[in-house]
Design a protein around this ligand. Sequence first.
Ligand SMILES: Cc1ncc(COP(=O)(O)O)c(C=O)c1O
Length: 431
Amino acid sequence: MADFSSEQATQQIRALFPAFGEKSLNEMAFFENAGGSYMCSCSLELLENYLRKTRVQPYGAFAASIAGGKAMDRSFRRIAQALNIESDWIHFGPSTSMNTYVLSHAFAPLLRAGDAIIVTNQDHEANSGVWRRLAGQGVEIREWQADPESGHLDPNDLASLLDERTRLVAFPHVSNIVGEINPATGICRMIRAAGALSIVDGVSYCPHGLPDLGHINPDIYLFSAYKTFGPHIGVMAIRPSLAASLPNQGHYFNDHKPRYRLTPAGPDHAQIAAMAGIADYLERISDMLDQTGTGKSSRTGNDADNANDASNDDEHFRRAHDAIRTRETALMQPLLDWIGSRPEMRLIGPQTPSQRMPTLALDLKTPGPELARRLARHGIMAGGGHFYAHRLLERLGIDPEHGVLRLSFVHYTSHNDITRLINALNRELGA
Ligand SMILES: Cc1ncc(COP(=O)(O)O)c(C=O)c1O
């Protein structure tokens, strides 16, 4: 493929998302991807295959059960490969909110009165409230505060909060409102140098290309697969030595099984099996870039064994990541230009596409939810509200009930969608 930003590329990408074959969806332009993205066919096929052929208790003695267990194991391997870490880092829970909830309960008995935890007011509540609640047992909570105008989190402010009493720092790789890419590698390094542990919310980063965790080197990294083209699963990557040091949150007799200790809810087996589809999909993107991709990859599908998986290097995922970023950056520019020409609205976060993800929150006189409703009449699916970043909106001087209008897109969005959105906004707000 000559150009991953081209219309031809849009068609090839969309062919891998069954939602674009649905008339009711396809006649609208989708700008609420940060709430939940369309599922890629690779995941959908694995999900269906599991439900049709191996919907029995996995890891048993008979063929369907053995195949089901293998399909699940493949997902641990493939997601780890895509993140450039070993598969013993990976835990699959029901959601990121549930994963942080369980983690906070696991850390609680290890923390003493006088220990400190740093949280931000830029985060979604999922990576904030569960840590703040530990104040009830005498832990000091320090808030790393976002800039009240731009929403920016300054790493220099973190430096002044860190000391020898700091045990944990919870922060977002990208906020679901500000959209700015926080320099996670440097932040994790600072946290480690202070002797503390990093807990990074990657939910708003991962739909824009899975990150290289081998490079970022967090202690814990979380994301939600239902926003990353996969099933409703929360992914928790935890340094294996740290996971082993946390008290078991599952059944006592499973204490010796690392994957059972921090996911007491026992998430849906079929959805775990479907997780590998995200990695398969990203490899198809890499194939497309090679111009040799035929649209059918030998590595995808329902083969539970890893015999057909790519070599163990993660080069495909880094290439897919970079191509997605470049495509989304190009898509963002006209919309950011249009926003910049409208003095009546405040864009939260950077104006420069290279500094941010395409999750664009606008502070307007019209309440966010009302404008989202009006846009729906023009064929635009967008969202309005506080998006569980309640503390951030308060910090920005926006009444959370008034909310922001959030326009969020991913790499399957087209230039035509962006034009439709701008036309619809012009019609509602006056050109
Ligand atoms: C940035 C961010 N973090 C965490 C969450 C919570 O994820 P989940 O819905 O999987 O609990 C969300 C969900 O919207 C989010 O946007």
